[in-house]
Design a protein around this ligand. Structure first.
Ligand SMILES: [Zn+2]
Length: 104
Protein backbone atom coordinates (compact mmCIF):
# COMPACT_ATOMS: atom_id res chain seq x y z
CA UNK A 1 0.00 0.00 0.00
CA UNK A 2 2.57 2.58 1.05
CA UNK A 3 5.15 3.27 -1.60
CA UNK A 4 7.69 4.73 0.79
CA UNK A 5 8.39 7.83 -1.23
CA UNK A 6 6.63 11.08 -1.90
CA UNK A 7 7.67 12.33 -5.30
CA UNK A 8 5.64 15.48 -5.09
CA UNK A 9 8.05 17.04 -2.61
CA UNK A 10 11.27 16.76 -4.58
CA UNK A 11 12.35 20.35 -4.33
CA UNK A 12 9.64 22.13 -6.24
CA UNK A 13 7.33 23.69 -3.77
CA UNK A 14 4.64 25.58 -5.60
CA UNK A 15 3.67 28.97 -4.21
CA UNK A 16 0.20 27.56 -3.78
CA UNK A 17 0.10 27.91 -0.04
CA UNK A 18 -1.45 31.07 1.20
CA UNK A 19 0.38 33.16 3.74
CA UNK A 20 -1.54 33.37 7.00
CA UNK A 21 -2.13 36.66 8.69
CA UNK A 22 -3.06 37.73 12.13
CA UNK A 23 -4.57 41.05 13.00
CA UNK A 24 -2.94 42.64 15.99
CA UNK A 25 -3.72 45.84 17.85
CA UNK A 26 -4.76 48.88 15.80
CA UNK A 27 -5.72 46.71 12.83
CA UNK A 28 -2.15 46.02 11.78
CA UNK A 29 -1.45 42.74 10.01
CA UNK A 30 1.28 40.37 11.00
CA UNK A 31 2.23 37.58 8.67
CA UNK A 32 2.56 34.20 10.32
CA UNK A 33 5.31 31.93 9.00
CA UNK A 34 6.41 28.46 10.04
CA UNK A 35 9.20 28.27 12.62
CA UNK A 36 10.43 25.09 10.99
CA UNK A 37 12.63 25.32 7.88
CA UNK A 38 11.39 23.81 4.56
CA UNK A 39 13.72 20.86 4.91
CA UNK A 40 12.54 20.20 8.43
CA UNK A 41 16.11 20.44 9.69
CA UNK A 42 16.30 23.78 11.43
CA UNK A 43 14.28 26.05 13.63
CA UNK A 44 14.40 29.37 11.84
CA UNK A 45 14.38 31.51 14.94
CA UNK A 46 17.47 29.68 16.16
CA UNK A 47 19.50 29.27 12.96
CA UNK A 48 18.66 32.42 11.03
CA UNK A 49 16.17 33.31 8.34
CA UNK A 50 15.24 35.96 5.86
CA UNK A 51 11.80 37.15 4.94
CA UNK A 52 11.32 38.64 1.48
CA UNK A 53 8.15 40.17 0.20
CA UNK A 54 8.10 40.50 -3.57
CA UNK A 55 4.92 41.39 -5.35
CA UNK A 56 2.39 38.73 -4.42
CA UNK A 57 4.89 36.33 -2.97
CA UNK A 58 6.39 35.97 0.46
CA UNK A 59 9.57 33.99 0.80
CA UNK A 60 11.07 32.80 4.03
CA UNK A 61 14.51 31.35 3.55
CA UNK A 62 16.51 29.24 5.96
CA UNK A 63 19.99 30.70 6.25
CA UNK A 64 21.50 27.36 7.17
CA UNK A 65 20.06 25.57 4.17
CA UNK A 66 21.05 28.49 1.92
CA UNK A 67 24.63 28.19 3.14
CA UNK A 68 24.59 24.43 2.71
CA UNK A 69 23.35 24.88 -0.86
CA UNK A 70 20.22 22.84 -0.31
CA UNK A 71 17.72 23.33 -3.13
CA UNK A 72 14.63 23.58 -1.00
CA UNK A 73 15.79 26.37 1.28
CA UNK A 74 12.81 28.71 1.12
CA UNK A 75 9.15 28.63 1.94
CA UNK A 76 7.08 30.39 -0.68
CA UNK A 77 3.64 31.71 0.14
CA UNK A 78 1.10 33.65 -1.85
CA UNK A 79 0.22 36.97 -0.26
CA UNK A 80 -2.14 38.36 -2.90
CA UNK A 81 -0.38 41.64 -2.40
CA UNK A 82 -1.25 41.91 1.26
CA UNK A 83 1.37 43.75 3.28
CA UNK A 84 2.39 42.81 6.77
CA UNK A 85 3.83 45.10 9.40
CA UNK A 86 6.02 42.31 10.71
CA UNK A 87 6.36 38.55 10.83
CA UNK A 88 5.81 36.11 13.60
CA UNK A 89 6.54 32.42 13.84
CA UNK A 90 3.93 29.80 14.43
CA UNK A 91 3.83 26.29 13.04
CA UNK A 92 0.20 25.74 13.85
CA UNK A 93 -1.44 27.40 10.81
CA UNK A 94 0.89 25.34 8.62
CA UNK A 95 0.28 22.00 10.27
CA UNK A 96 -0.63 20.43 6.91
CA UNK A 97 2.61 21.53 5.26
CA UNK A 98 4.70 20.43 8.20
CA UNK A 99 3.01 17.06 8.33
CA UNK A 100 4.39 16.47 4.85
CA UNK A 101 7.87 17.25 6.14
CA UNK A 102 7.55 14.78 8.95
CA UNK A 103 6.68 12.06 6.45
CA UNK A 104 9.89 12.49 4.51
ZN1 LIG B 1 17.13 24.67 7.08
Amino acid sequence: MATGSTDDLDGTRQPGSRARYRTIAHGAHVVVVPACCPNGLHVLTGTGYRVYETGHTLRVSCQQCTQLGRPDHSWTFATNGQRAASAEFDDEPYAELLKDLARR
